[in-house]
Design a protein around this ligand. Structure first.
Ligand code: ZN
Length: 502
């Protein structure tokens, strides 16, 4: 007979909230009533914890047990409350001393045999506990490396309920899992591998330096995929705050490696063109999973063969790209995932995916194929370029091709220059709003804009296209260390924007 409470964390997206799991044991027919969990999870959790307690050698109180998760208005998803519920029940009904976890949040799913299983979202959960002033956390051994990324909170780990019970009785020690030393991170793919695609290398550098979304069009063999895969390697590594944010999303998705969980390199996500809307933007029942666009937070979302994606899938990306967050409408409200990503699209010019000479697609088919990509999504893509196939002669050339390291250094200083210029309105040229580009402080002199005016008069450039060219011109200037774009930068920006359709 008695009452006890243990703390845990409920997650909503990547936002955690400390909750209380309370248990009351009273005389009466043996029963277990759980409240505060969504219906579907209730019965499963009940059966799991009862079996786990039995199989851990502890005795389940043969009385009327009530377990409640507080506060009631917070939605609680996932199986991460099992351990806290089991400990609270044993403390209330079987005299388990819980002094050693009184200052802790307790996280973990129980197997029927009492083993403690890793759960998704431990990193944001421990972060929330730390921010709420909680002093320590008890997590499954499989989650210990990510939990320890959060400073200022003591992390203890157990592999089973039985061992935790022994620890609480003072008869056993918790293992101190040594995080396996991380295998050296595989080197990022190097731009030096991309031979004979000077133009492609230049536009990928512009994309990196200005944080411009980019669309590359060209036949197979133009190196579109190679270029896209090498973009993360020339982007600045994530800062501490960015790294934790990105890692939290991968934690909720359950995709973190157990060793070296911290995401430091800008992540690259390349969903297949058959990917569902949920796979792209997130969803699922219970604890929602982030989609590819959120797993690419602070990194790159690469849509290869983008014309093959379902129109509604591409459409679903539009709002997140605009806002930098995904808003998932759920039965009980909204789940928000960060999604500040750089979009890279690649497409063949026509559905047959052959080189121009051998393509027999009627021009109407070709036009229709890429027309699927027009509209509001492409309006956000500053760099839209045609790439020619690489000629074999270029592959046997002996010229020195610049490695990613050298390009990354230029990208870094260009980013810094842009961030300083646009602060506090934008952090990169790609994010600079049109009004800012036209502000008299930043307006470019009429004579260097002449080629643009001409292109507009001839109907080759729209008003939106005009702004996009200006953004890219700023990036070209930043790369070369000039404080404002000159006529050459504007010409280059117009040139790399070679899409003939728009
Ligand atoms: Zn064709």
């Amino acid at each position: 007979m008695g009452y006890a409470k243990v703390r845990s964390v409920a997650l909503h997206g990547v936002v955690g909230e400390v909750i209380v799991v309370e248990a009351d044991v009273a005389p009466g027919l043996p029963s277990l009533i759980v409240s505060g969990l969504p219906d579907a999870a209730l019965s499963e959790a009940r059966d799991r914890i009862r079996a786990a307690v039995h199989n851990s050698g502890a005795s389940w109180p043969q009385q009327r047990i009530t377990v409640n998760l507080l506060p009631a208005h917070i939605r609680k998803h996932g199986s991460g409350f099992d351990l806290a519920m089991a400990v609270a029940v044993l403390a209330a009904g079987a005299g388990l001393p819980i002094g050693r976890v009184v200052d802790a949040v307790v996280l973990g799913e129980l197997g029927l045999d009492g083993t403690l299983r890793p759960v998704r979202g431990v990193l944001p959960a421990v972060l929330a506990a730390s921010r709420a002033g909680v002093g320590s956390a008890v997590v499954p051994v499989g989650n210990v490396a990510e939990a320890r990324l959060i400073p200022d909170i003591a992390v203890r780990a157990s592999d089973s309920l039985g061992r935790l019970i022994g620890y609480l009785h003072g008869s056993e020690r918790l293992p101190d899992p040594v995080t396996p030393s991380a295998p050296p991170e595989p080197a990022a793919l190097d731009l030096a591998d991309v031979l004979g695609q000077e133009r492609g290398r230049r536009v990928i550098e512009l994309a990196a330096a200005g944080r411009h979304h980019i669309a590359m069009f060209g036949p197979p063999g133009a190196g579109k995929t190679m270029l896209a895969q090498r973009l993360p390697g020339i982007l600045p590594p994530l800062g501490d705050q960015e790294a934790i944010e990105a890692t939290a999303l991968h934690s909720v998705a359950g995709t973190l490696p157990q060793s070296s969980p911290l995401v430091r390199r800008p992540p690259l996500q390349a969903p297949h063109h058959t990917a569902s809307v949920a796979a792209l933007v997130g969803g699922g029942s219970g604890l929602a999973r982030p989609g590819a666009i959120s797993l690419a937070h602070h990194g790159v979302l690469f849509l290869d063969e983008c014309a093959e994606f379902a129109p509604r899938a591409l459409d679903a990306l539009r709002q997140p790209l605009e806002e930098g967050v995904v808003r998932l409408r759920r039965a009980y409200g909204e789940t928000v995932f960060p999604a500040r990503t750089q979009l890279v699209m690649a497409a063949n010019p026509c559905p047959c995916a052959r080189e121009q000479q051998s393509c027999r697609c009627p021009s109407l088919v070709r036009r229709r194929y890429l027309a699927r990509l027009s509209g509001p999504l492409m309006d956000r893509v500053d760099l839209q370029v045609d790439l020619d196939p690489v000629r074999s002669a270029a592959l046997f050339g002996t010229e020195d091709v610049e490695p990613s390291k050298a390009v990354a250094a230029r990208v870094l200083q260009a980013r810094a220059a842009a961030a300083e210029r646009w602060t506090p309105h934008a952090r990169s040229n790609g994010e600079a709003p049109s009004a800012l580009l036209r502000h008299r402080r930043f307006r470019l002199p009429a004579q260097i804009l002449q080629p643009l005016r001409q292109a507009m008069d001839q109907g080759r450039l729209s008003a939106r296209g005009f702004d996009r060219v200006i953004r890219v011109a700023w990036t070209a200037a930043d790369i070369d260390g000039r404080s404002t774009p000159d006529a050459g930068d504007v010409r280059e920006a117009l040139q790399v924007r070679s899409r003939r359709m728009r």
